[in-house]
Write a protein that binds this ligand. Structure first.
Ligand SMILES: [Cu+2]
Length: 344
């Protein structure tokens, strides 16, 4: 339940698969990996020495490490934990706000955030994030902040903020890895090795907001926790749709869809080698899109893979509704995978 920064100092990694599917090999020095994501990397150690595989938690509160070595008993230096990351205006989707111009306004934290951090520091409240490597209270904070615009009257107690100006952050490394002296993998670096199985443009777009109230430890999609949701999200069998996710919260959420892979949309125009994944980390204040082919009839879990966020309500059901039999036959124009067959 921790997002990790993974690196092997002195040894580049060539990423060849993401979430179990081939990508065009891309060399990097570090990558951030969200809960449920997988990366397959190839390393080529040439020297007769040991290397440290370093997995540092996103909030830099701890790490796990392993050793690669040609012989038993060897060990490499373990790098010290780096400085705790600081949230920026961009993380709060408030670029341009704050009255100090633009990019360097990273000293502004919203009041709600500051309050919840205080709670964390006092050790009250039982915030599960504080025990799972996502201790927001550990992140540096200052208090000269404009309050986040409250949308409670509109969206209920479960939503303390909306991303005012969500941005495209696919070409940014994960939270806290912005200014490293080495290469860091971004989603924009990933392309599928082969052509996507479905190259159709999406027929429709569905926008979902990742929402929360950190003070009350409420997490949800579109301001409704799972227990309050009455209808599933409906996909229609065979359709190609674009799912757009907007993160209104100040945390990274690894969003996971069961049953179907999605194609990560890097640019609006046609790209038939989109990286295919089942989990994508949506950064604070980020807006991103994935294209999905609804080829698996049935009900599927769709949720944040930080399970304590899922349990708190950041979960919904995606129902892929079957088409009528005749309609389906006409639709079945070859090239579909076995899901389509078994659904008939
Ligand atoms: Cu989450």
């Amino acid at each position: 339940m921790t997002i990790f920064n993974v690196r092997i100092p002195g040894l580049p990694m060539t990423v060849v698969q993401a979430d179990g599917l081939n990508v065009q090999p891309v060399e990097t020095d570090e990558l951030q990996i969200g809960v449920a994501e997988t990366y397959d990397v190839i390393i080529h150690p040439h020297e007769d020495k040991a290397y440290t595989l370093m997995a540092e938690s996103i909030d830099r509160s701890g790490y796990a490490r392993a050793t690669f070595a040609p012989r038993m008993g060897m060990m490499a230096a373990v790098p010290p934990l780096r400085e705790r990351p600081t949230l920026t205006m961009r993380d709060m989707a408030m670029a341009g706000h704050g009255g100090h111009g633009a990019d360097h306004s990273d000293s502004h934290e919203p009041a709600a955030m500051t309050q919840s951090m205080k709670n964390g520091h006092d050790g009250h409240g039982g915030n599960p994030d504080a025990h799972n490597g996502h201790d927001m209270s550990a992140m540096q904070t200052k208090t000269d902040a404009p309050a986040l615009q409250s949308h409670e009257h509109k969206n209920g107690i479960g939503v303390t903020g909306l991303a005012e100006t969500p941005s495209d952050r696919l070409s940014e490394p994960g939270l806290g890895l912005e200014n490293q002296p080495h290469r860091v993998l971004t989603y924009a670096d990933l392309s599928a090795l082969d052509m996507n199985p479905d190259m159709r443009d999406p027929e429709r777009e569905l926008e979902l907001h990742l929402t929360g109230n950190m003070e009350r430890y409420m997490w949800s999609f579109d301001g409704k926790k799972f227990s309050e949701v009455e209808e599933p999200i409906v996909f229609h069998e065979g359709e190609r749709l674009r799912l757009t996710l907007v993160n209104d919260t100040m945390m990274s959420h690894p969003i996971h869809l069961h049953g179907m892979f999605f194609d990560v949309v890097k640019q609006a125009h046609h790209d038939h080698k989109k990286a295919r994944k089942h989990t994508i980390v949506v950064k604070p204040g980020e807006k991103l899109s994935v294209d999905v082919t609804a080829d698996a009839v049935g009900d599927w879990a769709f949720h944040c893979h930080l399970l304590y966020h899922m349990m708190a309500g950041m979960m919904q059901v995606v129902s892929v509704m079957p088409r009528a039999h005749n309609e389906h036959q006409e639709m079945d124009h070859g090239g579909h995978d076995s899901h389509m067959e078994s659904a008939s």
